[in-house]
Design a protein around this ligand. Structure first.
Ligand SMILES: Cc1cc2nc3c(=O)[nH]c(=O)nc-3n(C[C@H](O)[C@H](O)[C@H](O)COP(=O)(O)OP(=O)(O)OC[C@H]3O[C@@H](n4cnc5c(N)ncnc54)[C@H](O)[C@@H]3O)c2cc1C
Length: 590
């Protein structure tokens, strides 16, 4: 099944959901114009559809064979990567001083959506390199930046991100990989890491690993973690590749999905220890890693959007062709395309609306990130930073949950054929599953939202967001277009449910922390529904005012408000009233 880059939808979400033109008009991106943005999107869409998308099934079926410590990527993978790198896509939003193009992260995320829709297993590698660039740029010494940044930005080398160990998954503070000071400013690392994405591969000559480890005198827990840059090949004084470092892949996992992406167990220090260089200060590794993880978390949310979009396109095409049953009044000799059946329409519209909601949340997060780095004046930057921080766990978890739900609906639309691998619908479902797990499980995102992000600036960040949502509701009300049906009133309810649930969360005393944790995942869901619904309605109102193609955007916003926003009251009740029944239910789990 071919992939068609949804340029109109992406462009619309960037313009009227994220407000990219306003940021451009403020001069945040130099002389960039929306015409430039459209041109970049169009070229990315072409490359994704023509070069990357045909590899999706190849990656799924061939996987990444592992022999004698080496990983072979699927046929065609390297050529596609070379073309992608030569196209400058890796450094799209990277700093100009290091060879990047300095374009908005928002645009980068829109392109990432297309790479991931084309082949998630392909895109997850660059996704990590892009995040590694941010961490090195923000925290690395000048010497480290000079040695590694240009080649990471160009994509000549890739990055890996190494946190997880057998006993340290969600609890990163439990990691045991050791780093000893070597006396010459470098370190020697010993330990084992598991589940490392693109920890070994044959796409590039060198791999730059970003490894979390603990110094011998480090304090316990996350306060005692340092981040180290550990290259696969050490560099000679002139920057050329030197000796092989003491880090290697031990094996590659067999997985449910993203078969084209090698997931490696890594061994550091078979011999004297892997040579590493500290990024940032000793014991300040978590702060550095958070720079990397926050970018990566948003990008993983975008993976959910990409796979949902691809699944939707395929399901729509199938539903237009597959004929079963009849609609009212049809002669017995005829059969209808299944898209005519209301239940199938419900599935397809759900796929479309959920995908659009997840997309607009991710882009809104990305523009907040851009504003946090480029707005004039510290106050504007701080407000944008807080908003980006608040929205990041929502973008990650809501969008990846949507990826799974939409891909599952895609299987359902195909009926039995959806369960048969050759249609590809099953692969989207299998691939989508991991995004809710890695980069911090969605449960951990929800906990991050309620325990850290709601409290940002004393609750000012979330209250500012609620004010933005209320303003959108007022705009929809004022618009009063009958084609929007009950959109305004449903969204108003949803936002007030979120406001009450937020006040409840913020009001939990320490001794009721478990009650807040019990409601964390439903709270994040409610946050996603209210935010996504409002941003879709904002786009619908803009469409009514600005274009003659309003009908599809209005239909989606209305469908979402009338079918998903209405769930808010029930979710609010789950959050506020559900804890006692959950925390007191030991008997049911014995
Ligand atoms: C294909 C793949 C690729 C990956 N790539 C990388 C990579 O490149 N680099 C890397 O470092 N790691 C990577 N990972 C690891 C991934 O980030 C972890 O699997 C993930 O963070 C979860 O950790 P865990 O598997 O140990 O699960 P656990 O931490 O054991 O969690 C199990 C369950 O318990 C829940 N849970 C755990 N602790 C809490 C808590 N305190 N409160 C509430 N719920 C909790 C979780 O939400 C989850 O539902 C990858 C994993 C996979 C499968």
């Amino acid at each position: 099944m071919i992939y068609r880059a949804p340029l109109a939808d992406i462009g619309f979400a960037l313009r009227y959901g994220a407000g990219l033109p306003a940021a451009i008009a403020e001069g945040l991106f130099g002389d960039l114009t929306m015409d430039d943005v459209d041109a970049v999107l169009s070229e990315a869409g072409r490359f994704a559809a023509e070069v990357v998308a045909p590899l999706n099934r190849v990656g799924d079926t061939c996987g990444t064979p592992f022999k004698d410590g080496a990983v072979t990527t699927p046929p065609g993978w390297k050529q596609a990567y070379d073309g992608w790198r030569d196209g400058g896509w890796n450094g799209l939003a990277a700093p100009v001083e290091w060879g990047g193009q300095g374009l908005p992260q928002t645009l980068n995320m829109a392109c990432l959506e297309m790479w991931n829709a084309a082949a998630m297993a392909f895109a997850v590698g660059p996704l990590l390199t892009i995040a590694a660039i941010d961490a090195l740029h923000a925290h690395g010494s000048e010497a480290l930046k000079r040695a590694y940044l240009k080649k990471l930005v160009s994509g000549e080398w890739t990055g890996s991100m190494q946190l997880t160990e057998p006993q340290a998954g969600s609890d990163v503070g439990a990691l045991r990989t050791r780093a000893e000071r070597a006396g010459d400013g470098s370190y020697r690392l010993k330990g084992q890491k598991i589940f490392i994405t693109y920890g070994e591969h044959d796409l590039t000559d060198n791999i730059v690993h970003f490894v979390l480890a603990r110094l011998p005198d480090a304090p316990p827990g996350t306060r005692g973690i340092s981040l180290f840059l550990v290259p696969k090949f050490l560099l000679n004084a002139d920057g050329s590749l030197g000796a092989r470092n003491d880090i290697r892949a031990h094996s590659v996992e067999h997985k449910l999905g993203i078969h084209g992406s090698p997931t490696c167990t890594m061994i550091l220090g078979d011999g004297d220890g892997a040579v590493g260089y500290v990024v940032g200060a000793e014991n300040a590794g978590m702060a550095c890693m958070f720079t990397m993880m926050n970018r990566a978390r948003l990008a993983v949310g975008v993976q959910g959007v990409g796979v949902a979009e691809r699944a939707t396109q395929q399901a729509l095409a199938y539903a237009r062709e597959r004929r079963q049953g009849r609609t009212a009044g049809m002669p017995a000799t005829q059969s209808a395309a299944i898209i005519a059946h209301p239940d199938v329409r419900r599935m397809l519209l759900s796929m479309r609306a959920l995908t659009a909601a997840a997309r607009t949340i991710c882009y809104a997060t990305a523009i907040a990130l851009d504003r946090s780095e480029r707005s004039a004046g510290p106050a504007a930057r701080k407000a944008a930073y807080d908003l980006a921080s608040l929205l990041t766990p929502v973008a990650k978890a809501y969008a990846t949950d949507i990826g799974i739900e939409v891909a599952s609906l895609g299987v359902q639309v195909h009926g039995g054929m959806g369960f048969i691998e050759e249609t590809g619908a099953a692969q989207f479902y299998r691939d989508a599953r991991i995004a809710a797990i890695y980069e911090g499980t969605n449960g951990i995102q929800a906990i991050d939202l309620v325990t850290r992000k709601l409290a940002l600036s004393g609750g000012a960040a979330v209250n500012a967001h609620l004010a933005d949502l209320r303003a959108i509701v007022e705009t929809v009300k004022a618009n009063n277009d009958p084609t929007l049906g009950a959109t305004a009133v449903r969204l108003e309810d949803a936002v007030e449910c979120l406001a009450r649930a937020t006040a409840w969360m913020l009001g939990r005393p320490d001794q009721e922390a478990d009650a807040a944790l019990a409601g964390a995942s439903p709270y994040l869901r409610l946050f996603g529904i209210a935010t996504g619904g409002c941003l879709l309605a904002k786009q619908a109102v803009a469409a009514l005012r600005l274009t003659d193609e309003a009908a599809p955007r209005v239909a989606l916003a209305r469908f979402f408000a009338e079918n998903y926003a209405v769930q808010s009251a029930a979710i609010e009740r789950t959050i506020i009233e559900g804890a006692p029944g959950l925390l007191g239910a030991d008997a049911a789990l014995s």
